[in-house]
Write a new protein. Structure first.
Lengths: 116, 123
């Protein structure tokens, strides 16, 4: 069972469009991180959300942590070809004692392609 | 400085070879991790070191042997690998390793910084 479910798994859109990527879980996380990874490179941390209901903005990227700290979303406004990459959400760790993975738990990722 | 440095960037080795991957960070982080990532998949945790001691071994075969010589360095020794071990090997570090238990909720200590990875090909 995947602890963190990401959707969509693949997304290809035109430059200038908006998009939202979702990261959902039945577990409560102490924090959630979003990473962007390019082929052959390591994931690069974009943001960490720690408070339920928190909204963080990073230029055209808006990150939201659900009130119950079980889900998060990433919204990109006016997508650009440079936004192309694998977007990973990761939680660390689930708060229920004795359950879940140690270290970071990753979702399967969203492969995003922005067509010029 | 939020850099995690991994060497080498690329490695090709035979199934009888012995090689080592190296990872270094100078952020004062006390937790360091090895992840394995296959193409189009998320990273999979292999090992966690906390305060230079092995905290987690995710049932990794003994042909992978981690070592943490000091708080800034993490090595992964490779011996008698199989072609299916070919993957991107990622090192990461975080301020602390928070483990399974709830630490009060809402913390940035699990925030991890990754190296660029070593692309390993076993032939």
């Amino acid at each position: 069972t995947q602890l963190l479910e990401q959707s969509p798994q693949f997304l290809s859109i035109q430059e200038g469009e908006n998009l939202t990527v979702y990261c959902n879980s039945s577990s409560v996380f102490s924090s959630l991180q979003w990473y962007r990874q390019e082929p052959g490179e390591g994931p690069v941390l974009l943001v960490t959300v720690v408070t339920g209901g928190e909204v963080k903005k990073l230029k055209r990227l808006t990150f939201q942590f659900g009130d119950a700290r079980k889900d998060s979303s990433l919204h990109i406004t006016a997508a650009q070809p440079g936004d192309t990459g694998l977007y990973l959400c990761a939680g660390g760790p689930p708060t229920e004692s004795g359950g879940g993975a140690d270290g970071l738990t990753f979702g399967k990722g969203t492969h995003l392609i922005i067509q010029p | 400085d939020t850099e995690v440095t991994q060497t080498p960037k690329h490695l090709v080795m035979g199934m009888t070879n012995k090689k080592s991957l190296k990872c270094e960070q100078h952020m004062g982080h006390r937790a360091m991790y090895w992840y394995k990532q296959k193409a189009k998949k998320p990273p999979e945790l292999m090992f966690v070191y906390s305060y230079e001691k092995l905290s987690i071994n995710e049932s990794v075969p003994s042909r992978f042997s981690p070592e943490c010589p000091n708080s800034s360095l993490l090595n992964l020794h490779l011996h008698a690998l199989q072609p299916e071990d070919s993957a991107l090997y990622l090192c990461a570090s975080s301020q602390l390793f928070v483990g399974r238990l709830d630490v009060g909720g809402g913390n940035r200590e699990a925030e991890a910084f990754f190296g660029q990875g070593t692309r390993l090909t076993v032939v």
